[in-house]
Write a protein that binds this ligand. Structure first.
Ligand code: URA
Length: 444
């Protein structure tokens, strides 16, 4: 097989054959295809697209390029949740204990944040003592004992994606629906859960800027997951504005804890319950109304909070903040941002808030950058809220005094106060669930 012929055929807009796609993934992972040809492949896919079947084969080949976790011991009850990335998205810390306290098994491998988006592993590292690296034995024991564990992603999970993603990042080929779908799903499938709930973010802080693009990505990922023999559904949710009030690692853990104690911001609580409902419906085979009642009950009764405390302790962390409510954040600099005129908050631009938080130390622009767990932003107003002149809109937290002014300028730009009250803010755009996709490729 020759890479030149594959590139030529894709450039002409032809569908590639299964053996061509599998050969490309295997040979590129093994270092037998140079980066310039792999980059040309990504560009050709960006420009010409891929069919659902091509995407499923590409995903399957990428999944098989490394280790595949076997969660067979948990039967049909293993469930994973994946967000395509956003600002202030701490739902994993809430939905996992809800699902585990209801009898599902959540054996979760999460990522770190990059750019303006946050990552669950960075958030968890702000809990004193919490170990994000466990041996395989410790990981499975934790899932068996508590019903859940959350660790960093294993280095050998979908190595083909690791190489391709690094290449896409520098060749302007990230925002292609088949490439994003295969990248996300190859890792999720390799992580082994029988059931997968996807949270596809739409808006300024997300990869998908419009509802139409988000729906297309969600449909493609659901199709690919089903074609690989898993049960998958996707929620389409807003990322024009950050989720909840907190952005930044320790601040977000504190906010997730508030939801687990029965309080917290309404949007975060609502989205967490919606995701947990689908996790329970898929993994326990429940009707969605019953799954929703069980999820709600797990929060209200404190069962989810108790499970979260057992989970954190099992992974070496101190869970006392969950019950006594003490804050994990101790930044040395706090800088408030006040409204310069009265009106309504019409926009809180998620991408800019994420960038401001990264400047404060909550995120990284390069993989090697160190995170400051205390850094971040608390937003006191949501779009649609009335604002008085001089009222506090947000507070910035950092241990880098020199960063505060730059972050404040970015944040000021992110917050728009206007005279007219905006239309009500939509959190949930829709849902994509199992259709009729046949098993195009087999389960590992
Ligand atoms: N997240 C991924 O893992 N891959 C992409 O291509 C985009 C977002």
């Amino acid at each position: 097989m020759r890479m030149y012929d594959i590139l030529h055929r894709k450039r002409q807009g032809e569908a590639l054959r299964e053996e061509e796609i599998r050969w490309f993934v295997q040979a590129y992972t093994a270092g037998q295809i140079p980066d310039y040809q792999a980059a040309a492949f990504c560009m050709a896919v960006c420009c010409r697209g891929m069919t659902g079947e091509e995407t499923a084969v590409l995903t399957d080949a990428m999944m098989r390029s490394g280790e595949c976790v076997d969660l067979g011991r948990f039967g049909d009850r293993s469930v994973d949740k994946h967000s395509t990335g956003g600002v202030g998205d701490k739902t994993t810390l809430i939905v996992s204990p809800i699902a585990a306290s209801c009898g599902a098994y959540v054996a979760k491998m999460s990522g770190r944040g990059l750019g303006h988006t946050g990552g669950t592993v960075d958030k968890l590292e702000s809990i004193p003592g919490y170990r994000t690296e466990l041996t395989r034995e410790e990981f499975f024991t934790a899932v068996e004992r508590v019903g859940m564990a959350v660790i960093g992603q294993s280095g050998n999970l979908a190595p083909a994606d690791k190489k391709l993603y690094a290449l896409r990042d520098v060749t302007a080929t990230v925002d292609s629906i088949p490439l994003i779908a295969s990248s996300v799903m190859s890792k999720k499938l390799a992580a082994g859960a029988r059931n997968i709930v996807l949270d596809v973010k739409i808006g300024s802080g997300a990869f998908m800027k419009t509802e139409e693009e988000g729906r297309e990505l969600a449909e493609r990922m659901v199709h690919v997951g089903e074609a690989c023999g898993r049960r998958v559904c996707a929620l389409l949710t807003d990322m024009d504005t950050p989720l909840g009030h907190a952005v930044g690692n320790a601040l977000e853990v504190d906010e997730a804890a508030a939801v687990l104690r029965g309080g917290g911001p309404e949007d975060l609580r609502r989205l967490s319950l919606a995701l947990a409902t689908d996790m329970l419906a898929l993994s326990l085979g429940l009707a969605r109304t019953e799954a929703s009642q069980r999820a709600e009950q797990a929060l209200q009764s404190g069962a989810a909070c108790e499970t979260a405390a057992r989970w954190i302790a099992e992974q070496g962390g101190d869970p006392s903040f969950l019950t006594d409510g003490h804050a994990l954040t101790h930044a040395t600099v706090e800088m408030p941002v006040y409204a310069q005129h009265a009106g309504y908050l019409t926009q809180t631009d998620a991408e800019s808030v994420g960038r401001a938080a990264a400047v404060l130390g909550a995120g990284r622009t390069r993989k090697e950058d160190r995170i400051d767990p205390d850094a971040g932003i608390l937003l006191y107003k949501k779009p649609g809220d009335a604002v008085e002149r001089g009222e506090m809109l947000a507070v910035l937290y950092t241990n880098r005094p020199s960063a505060a002014e730059e972050a404040q300028a970015i944040l000021r730009h992110a917050l728009t106060v206007s005279e007219a009250c905006p239309a009500p803010h939509r959190l949930l755009y829709g849902r994509v669930e199992s259709g009729t996709a046949g098993a195009v490729v087999q389960n590992p």
